[in-house]
Design a binder for this molecule. Structure first.
Ligand code: GAL
Length: 956
C-alpha cells in the first residue's frame, strides 16, 4: 500500500474555506482612498489537469508571451470559442463522481497572469497599506503577488481580500492566480446553472491608508409610531458619522434619533452620509427601516409586506455570470417597470453593485448564501456536507462573508442560508451565527420545513390547494412553524410558455394574511449566445450529463426582452387594482406603504375596440389598502351600437428614477354593452359542379367536402385540429399527479389524429361534411360535423364536435386550422397585444391590435406552442376576415404545428409560403408542470360536446 503524499495542491480538496485571506468586512464601492481596477486583459493558460506543483508561472520574469489573452472578469469557457473548454449545464447532478471532498484529476485549471503598475498618484505603500480584493472566482483560487504565495480560497460568489502592501512595487507587479474548476467548494455550489470557471467578478487593488476604515455596521432603524430613525454606526476603527440632511454628526458607536423618512421598497429614501476615520472617508447611503417578526408576520416599519418577487440568477448570454453595471441596472429597471417589489438572489450573493441598485430603486431583497448540495439527494443525502462537522467552518465562512459584505444594505431584509442543501447541523450553525451577528433581519431557508432554524415557513412550488391550506393555518407542522408567516420562495416556474396559474396564487396571497407572497422561478433564461443555434442550452456543448433546456426558465429571454410571462406577472401584481361594473370603477391601493399620489388615472371609452373618448380621472390619494368607487363620465355619444367598454389606466404622474411620466402601472376594463355575434342568413345553397361544390363566395372539393377558395383566396387543409407543439409545461411531470400531459397525449395519438370522411351532404341551405377524427389504435374519437352556409357574400362554418368513447386525456386544443398564402399583416379585435392562454391571460387586454405574422411568434428558446391571442372577436389576415361566434383564440405562423413540435432551437424553424392559421374554440391551460403543479381543473380542456362558428369573408 502506498501512502498519498501531501502536495501543494491539497488545498483544492481541503474542506476548509482557505487560508491567507483577511477577515470579511463591509463592501463599499469607493471612498477617498485610492483604488485600482485590475480588470482587463489577462494572460491565460488552461491545463486539463492541475499542473501539480509547477508554480513557476507565478515567479517574476516568467514569459507568458505565448499564452492566450482573456478578459477578466470572465469565464474562460465562454471565451476563446471553445479553445479553453466548454460550459456544462446540470440541474442538481454533480458532473463528477460524488466522492467528497475529492474532485476529478481531470480538473481544468486556468493559470492567470496580470502585470500592472501603480498609478503615479499612488502614495508610498511602505507602511503596508493595500489589499487586493477578488469579488468572485469559481471555484477555487491560489494567488501569488510578485512571486510570493499569498493564499488560496473557495466560495465562488463571495469576496476575498488579501493584504499585499508589503509586496507591491511601483511598476511591473505580477499577479498570478491559479483557478481550479473543481474543488471541495464545488460540493457546496451545486446550484441549478451552468458550471463556469473563471475570475468572473472584479479584481481590485485598494489602498488602505493608515487609519482607514475596516469593518463597519450601519444600524438604521425606523420607529413607525414616532416617525423617528435611530442611527448607530459600529466601526472597527473609530471615527465620526455625518449625515448632513439630518444634521447628524456623531462619533461611531453612538446612537442618534431624529425624525426621518423611512426606507421601503416603495419609497426608497436614502440619506447620504460619511463615515470618516483618520485615514478614510467612506460614503454611506443610509436607509432607515425596521424588519421584524411580529404577530406571526414579516413586518417592515410595523406593516406586513407582500412580496411580489422573482428569483434572480446573474446571467448574460455572452458573458455568463460576469455582469456589468449597465446589465445589473437593466435588471432592476425591468423589475421596477413590471411592478416587482422583491428579489431573492438565488442562489448566492449577487455582485454587490446589484444591492446598491436595490437600495436606490427600491426592492426587498432576500440575500442568499452561496450554498447548495442538491446532488446528495441522489444518495439519500448521505455524506451531505451540511451535516458533517468537518465542513461547518466553510459554511460559517460563507455565511459570514455574505453577511459582512452586505449588511449595510437597507434593501436586504432577509438572509437565506442557501438552497436545496437538505438539513443538518451545519445549517443550524450558520443560522445561529447569522442570528447572533445581525438581530435586525430574519433568516430564511426553504429546506427547513419545520422552521427549526428559520424565521418563516418557506416552500417552493407548493400547489394552490396546499398554499390555501397554509393560508388557512390548517397545514399542521411543528408548533413553531404554525406561528410563522409563509412565503413561496419559488413558484410559477417560467420555463417556456407560461407560467400558468399565477393569478390564482396571487388571489390566495391577497386573501390570507399569513401568505406573504412569493418569488417566481426565475428571472432570466440562461441561454448562451451561439453562432449556429442562436442560444445554446444544456447538451449543446456535448456534455456527458446535462439537463437540457431546464436552464431556460426565465421571465425574460437571454437578450432581456420581456417574455409574456413577465407581462402577465406585471398585471397580476399591479400596485393598484381597477375593477368595475357598468358606470363605476373601484380603485384599490394595493401597496403596503405609499399612497396613490405617484399615479395619475386616465379613462377611455371604446366602441368595438376603437377609443372614441378619453379623459382623466381624479381620485383621492388613497392610503395603502383603501378603495374608492369612482363614477365614470357618461360618454357623449351615448351607448348605442357595438360592443362598448371603459378602460381605466394608472400611470406614473411624474418621472421617477425607474420610469418616465406616463408609464403604465395598472389598468382595468369595464364592459358596458356586449357584442352582437355575427349572423349570416343562409340564403344561398350549395351547388354541385364539375368536381367542385360552390356555396356563396366559396368553393369546395366535391369528393372530400374540403374548402378550396373563398372568393379569390386559396385556403388549404381546413379541418379540425386538436394538437399543439407541446410546451415545456406539457412535457414536465406535474408535481401532484406525476402526469406528463405530453407523454399521455403522444401515447394516445393526439399528434396523429386521422380524419375519416363519413359524408358530404348538399342540403337546400347548407353543405354538411361529417367526419370522425380519431387516433390509430384507440376506440375513442371525435365526431366532427362542418356545416357551411352563406348569404352570398359571407360564409359561415359551424363546427359541432361530439366526443365518442371514453376520453382518457384532456385535449391540447380544439378548433380548426388551415393554410393561407400571402398573409403578412394581422389585424384583430380581441385580447392583445401579446399572447394569452386560459390561465395566462390576465394581461390580455381587449382592443384593436395589429402585428405581422412574425411578430405574433414568441421566441421560446426551445420552440413550442406560443403566440395565441385570446378572446378574439374578429381577425383579418391574408385578405380574409374571420368573425367568431363565440370569441376564439387566434394563432398564425409560417410553419406547421408539426414543424414547431420537431424543432429544438429557433434556428430549426424556416418560414414557408403558407401561413398556418389556428382558430381555436378552446385551448388547454398552461400550468407549471415543468416544475410544479399542472393545469388547474378550471383551465383544462376536456373532451366535451362543443359547437362553434366562424364567419369568413374576403376583404374587398
Ligand atoms: C428548484 C431550485 C432551483 C431550480 C428550480 C427549477 O428546486 O431551487 O434552483 O432548479 O427548482 O428550475
Amino acid at each position: 500500500m502506498t501512502s498519498r503524499t501531501t502536495t501543494a495542491i491539497d488545498y483544492v480538496e481541503d474542506v476548509s474555506p482557505g487560508s491567507g485571506a483577511l477577515p470579511p468586512r463591509a463592501w463599499y464601492p469607493s471612498s477617498d482612498a485610492k483604488s485600482l481596477s485590475l480588470n482587463g486583459s489577462w494572460r491565460l493558460r488552461v491545463s486539463p489537469t492541475i499542473d501539480t506543483e509547477d508554480d513557476s508561472f507565478a515567479a517574476e520574469g516568467f514569459d507568458a508571451g505565448n499564452w492566450a489573452e482573456v478578459t477578466v472578469p470572465g469565464h474562460w469557457v465562454l471565451q476563446g470559442d471553445g479553445a479553453f473548454g466548454l460550459p456544462i449545464y446540470t440541474n442538481h447532478l454533480y458532473p463528477f463522481p460524488v466522492d467528497p471532498p475529492h474532485v476529478p484529476t481531470e480538473n481544468p485549471t486556468g493559470d492567470h497572469l496580470h502585470v500592472f503598475d501603480l498609478p503615479e498618484d499612488w502614495p508610498d505603500l511602505s507602511d503596508g497599506g493595500a489589499v487586493i480584493r477578488f469579488d468572485g472566482v469559481e471555484s477555487c483560487a491560489r494567488v501569488w503577488l510578485n512571486g510570493t504565495d499569498i493564499g488560496e480560497f473557495k466560495g465562488s460568489r463571495l469576496p476575498h481580500e488579501f493584504a499585499v502592501g508589503h509586496l507591491l512595487k511601483p511598476s511591473g507587479n505580477v499577479l498570478a492566480v491559479r483557478v481550479h474548476q473543481w474543488s471541495a467548494g464545488s460540493y457546496l455550489e451545486d446550484q441549478d446553472q451552468w458550471w463556469l470557471p473563471g475570475i468572473f467578478r472584479d479584481v481590485t487593488l485598494l489602498h488602505r491608508p493608515a487609519g482607514s476604515a475596516l469593518d463597519f455596521f450601519v444600524h438604521a432603524s425606523y420607529d413607525h409610531l414616532t416617525g423617528e430613525g435611530t442611527l448607530r454606526v459600529d466601526s472597527d476603527v473609530d471615527g465620526r458619522v455625518t449625515v448632513p440632511a439630518l444634521d447628524i454628526d456623531v462619533p461611531t458607536g453612538e446612537s442618534v434619533t431624529v425624525p426621518v423618512e423611512a426606507w421601503t421598497a416603495e419609497t426608497p429614501k436614502l440619506y447620504d452620509g460619511v463615515l470618516a476615520t483618520d485615514g478614510e472617508r467612506v460614503p454611506l447611503r443610509i436607509g432607515f427601516r425596521t424588519v421584524e417578526l411580529a404577530d406571526g408576520l414579516i413586518k417592515v416599519n410595523g406593516k406586513a409586506v407582500l412580496f411580489k418577487g422573482v428569483n434572480r440568477h446573474e446571467w448574460h448570454p455572452v458573458n455568463g455570470r460576469a455582469l456589468d453595471l449597465a446589465t445589473m441596472r437593466e435588471d432592476v429597471l425591468l423589475m421596477k417597470r413590471h411592478n416587482l417589489n422583491a428579489v431573492r438572489t438565488s442562489h448566492y450573493p449577487p455582485h454587490p453593485a446589484f444591492l446598491d441598485l436595490c437600495d436606490e430603486y427600491g426592492l426587498w431583497v432576500i440575500d442568499e448564501c452561496d450554498l447548495e448540495t442538491h446532488g446528495f439527494t441522489e444518495q439519500a443525502w448521505r455524506d451531505n456536507p451540511v451535516d458533517d462537522d468537518r465542513w461547518t467552518p466553510a459554511l460559517i465562512d460563507r455565511a459570514a462573508r455574505m453577511v459582512e459584505r452586505d449588511k449595510n444594505h437597507p434593501s436586504v431584509v432577509i438572509w437565506s442560508l442557501g438552497n436545496e442543501a437538505g438539513t443538518g447541523r451545519g445549517l443550524t450553525a450558520m443560522a445561529e451565527w447569522i442570528h447572533g451577528r445581525d438581530t435586525s433581519r430574519l433568516v430564511h431557508y426553504e429546506g427547513d420545513w419545520n422552521s427549526r432554524d428559520t424565521d418563516m415557513y418557506s416552500r417552493m412550488y407548493a400547489s394552490h390547494g396546499e398554499v390555501e391550506q397554509i393560508g388557512r393555518e390548517l397545514d399542521g407542522g411543528t408548533h413553531k412553524r404554525r406561528e410563522l408567516p409563509f412565503i413561496l420562495c419559488e413558484y410559477g416556474h417560467a420555463m417556456g410558455n407560461g407560467p400558468g396559474g399565477i393569478a390564482d396564487y396571487q388571489e390566495l396571497f391577497e386573501k390570507y394574511e399569513r401568505l406573504q407572497g412569493g418569488f417566481i422561478w426565475e428571472w432570466i433564461d440562461h441561454g448562451v449566445r451561439h453562432p449556429e443555434l442562436g442560444y445554446a442550452y444544456g447538451g449543446d456543448f456535448g456534455e456527458e450529463l446535462h439537463d437540457g433546456n431546464f436552464v431556460c426558465d426565465g421571465l425574460i429571454f437571454p437578450d432581456r426582452q420581456p417574455s409574456p410571462g413577465l407581462l402577465e406577472f406585471k398585471k397580476v401584481i399591479e400596485p393598484v387594482s381597477i375593477e368595475g361594473a357598468d358606470t363605476a370603477v373601484r380603485i384599490t391601493n394595493k401597496q403596503d406603504f405609499a399612497d396613490l399620489s405617484a399615479f395619475a388615472f386616465e379613462w377611455s371609452y371604446q366602441v368595438d375596440g376603437e377609443t372614441v373618448e378619453s379623459g382623466s380621472l381624479s381620485l383621492p390619494a388613497l392610503a395603502p389598502g383603501e378603495s374608492a368607487d369612482v363614477k365614470l363620465p357618461e360618454p357623449a355619444d351615448g351607448r348605442g351600437g357595438g360592443e362598448t367598454r371603459w378602460t381605466v389606466r394608472a400611470l406614473l404622474a411624474a418621472d421617477t428614477n425607474w420610469g418616465p411620466k406616463g408609464h403604465e402601472v395598472a389598468w382595468g376594463q369595464v364592459p358596458v354593452t356586449a357584442r352582437t355575434v355575427p349572423s349570416v342568413a343562409a340564403t344561398d345553397g350549395p351547388v354541385a359542379g364539375d368536381g367542385v361544390i360552390t356555396l356563396g363566395p366559396a368553393s369546395f372539393d366535391a369528393r372530400t367536402g374540403e374548402l378550396k377558395t373563398i372568393g379569390g383566396l386559396g385556403v388549404s387543409g381546413l379541418r379540425l385540429d386538436v394538437w399543439r407543439a407541446t410546451t415545456d409545461n406539457d412535457e414536465g411531470a406535474e408535481w401532484l399527479t406525476g402526469i406528463r400531459s405530453a407523454e399521455l397525449w403522444r401515447k394516445y395519438g393526439l399528434h396523429r389524429m386521422r380524419h375519416r370522411l363519413a359524408s358530404v351532404e348538399l342540403g337546400d341551405d347548407a353543405l354538411t361534411v361529417r367526419t370522425r377524427v380519431a387516433p390509430a389504435a384507440w376506440e375513442f374519437g371525435l365526431a366532427a360535423v362542418y356545416r357551411w352556409t352563406s348569404d352570398g357574400s359571407r360564409l359561415r362554418l359551424t363546427v359541432s364536435v361530439g366526443p365518442e368513447g371514453e376520453w382518457p386525456v384532456p385535449l391540447p386544443r380544439l378548433g380548426v386550422r388551415f393554410g393561407l398564402t400571402g398573409a403578412d399583416t394581422v389585424k384583430w379585435y380581441g385580447g392583445g397585444p401579446g399572447e394569452g392562454y386560459p390561465d395566462t391571460k390576465a394581461a390580455s387586454r381587449v382592443g384593436r391590435w395589429e402585428s405581422t405574422v412574425d411578430g405574433l411568434q414568441t421566441p421560446y428558446l426551445r420552440p413550442q406552442e406560443n403566440g395565441a391571442r385570446a378572446d378574439v372577436r374578429w381577425a383579418e389576415l391574408g385578405g380574409l376576415r374571420v368573425e367568431g361566434d363565440p370569441e376564439f383564440f387566434l394563432t398564425a405562423r409560417r410553419w406547421t404545428t408539426e414543424q414547431l413540435d420537431a424543432a429544438t432551437h429557433l434556428t430549426d424553424l424556416t418560414a414557408g409560403e403558407t401561413v398556418w392559421v389556428n382558430l381555436d374554440h378552446g385551448i388547454h391551460g398552461i400550468g407549471t408542470g415543468s416544475c410544479g403543479p399542472g393545469v388547474l381543473p378550471q383551465y383544462q380542456l376536456r373532451a366535451e360536446p362543443a359547437e362553434f362558428s366562424f364567419v369568413f369573408s374576403e376583404i374587398g
